[in-house]
Design a protein around this ligand. Structure first.
Ligand code: KIV
Ligand code: NA
Length: 279
């Protein structure tokens, strides 16, 4: 397929065709997402939890993000790639953000960056887009700010916070963001924001009225043991944990019973050659 560019995203948006986005954190997860035809692949800093086992996204470093971005970029031939700027690499000043964004592009080999925040990040978004690096904004529930938000809470539930969300959306659009992620906001609010904007909204826990959707791949694949907390908006499209567990258990049992490897998994040697060798 033809590689998705920023123009493809704009054309999908104009045609009112939903934009598909999924996270990936390494070569295999990007490979399959690209083959499945995702429009966009996000190397989300959620990889802190789902790939690195950290408590939250505040722990992940730029160097770690870059390693994961590179592996995703190598597998991605069709989708438009976005790298998440990790906490601490863009908040200090627009110049810091631009420096980090440039590293993401040059070293991480992604095509664009995502950063969290609304109005207060407008000058930063302007700086980064001004250098020719597309920016995906992220407002509503911004996990890097969870301590200030009082945890993972739905945003825009009251009239005043819905109004703040709309202001943030206008601000990031005005600043030049090519699209904006709306995370954990009431569907009605997300739909209205989408209607008011002239850039695409990418929803996660934001209902069906957005211009596109994004999910964390590991969550939607069911790649963790049953009982792990998942937000309400995650639909489980697969059961990778069960399938992997089944396969690994069977492998273990077959090694223990010497059922594996069977003759068909084994390299033969001419009988005479072995007889000589044995002597
Ligand atoms: O880090 C991430 O995976 C994200 C998406 C959930 C939008 O930011
Ligand atoms: Na993120």
């Amino acid at each position: 397929r033809k590689p998705v560019t920023i123009n493809t995203i704009q054309s999908l948006y104009r045609k009112n065709e939903p934009i598909t986005m999924i996270t990936a954190h390494d070569f295999p997860s990007a490979h399959v997402a690209d083959h499945a035809g995702m429009d966009m692949i996000l190397v989300g800093d959620s990889l802190a939890m789902v790939a690195l086992g950290m408590e939250d996204t505040s722990e992940v470093l730029m160097e770690e993000m870059l390693l994961h971005c590179k592996s995703v970029a190598r597998a991605t031939k069709g989708a438009f790639t976005v790298g998440d700027l990790p906490m601490g690499t863009y908040e200090i000043s627009p110049a810091q953000a631009l420096e980090s964004a440039i590293r993401m592009i040059k070293v991480g080999r992604v095509k664009s960056v995502k950063l969290e925040g609304g109005k207060e990040m407008a000058s930063t978004i302007e700086k980064v887009t001004g250098a020719g690096i597309p920016v995906l904004a992220h407002i509503g529930l911004t996990p890097q700010r969870q301590n200030a938000l009082g945890g993972f809470r739905v945003q825009g539930k009251s009239t005043s916070s819905a109004l703040k969300l709309l202001e943030d959306a206008f601000a990031v659009q005005e600043a030049g963001a090519f699209a904006v992620v709306l995370e954990a906001v009431p569907a009605e609010v997300a739909a209205l924001v989408t209607k008011e904007l002239n850039i695409p909204t990418i929803g996660i826990g934001a209902g069906n009225g957005c211009s596109g959707q994004v999910l964390v791949q590991v969550d939607m694949l069911g790649n963790f043991p049953p009982g792990r907390f998942l937000p309400k908006f995650v639909k489980q499209y697969g059961n990778v944990w069960d399938e992997t567990y089944r396969a690994l258990s069977q492998y273990k049992n077959e090694v223990k019973s010497r059922e594996y490897p069977a003759p068909e998994h084994t390299y033969p040697m001419p009988k005479e050659a072995f007889a000589d060798f044995e002597k």
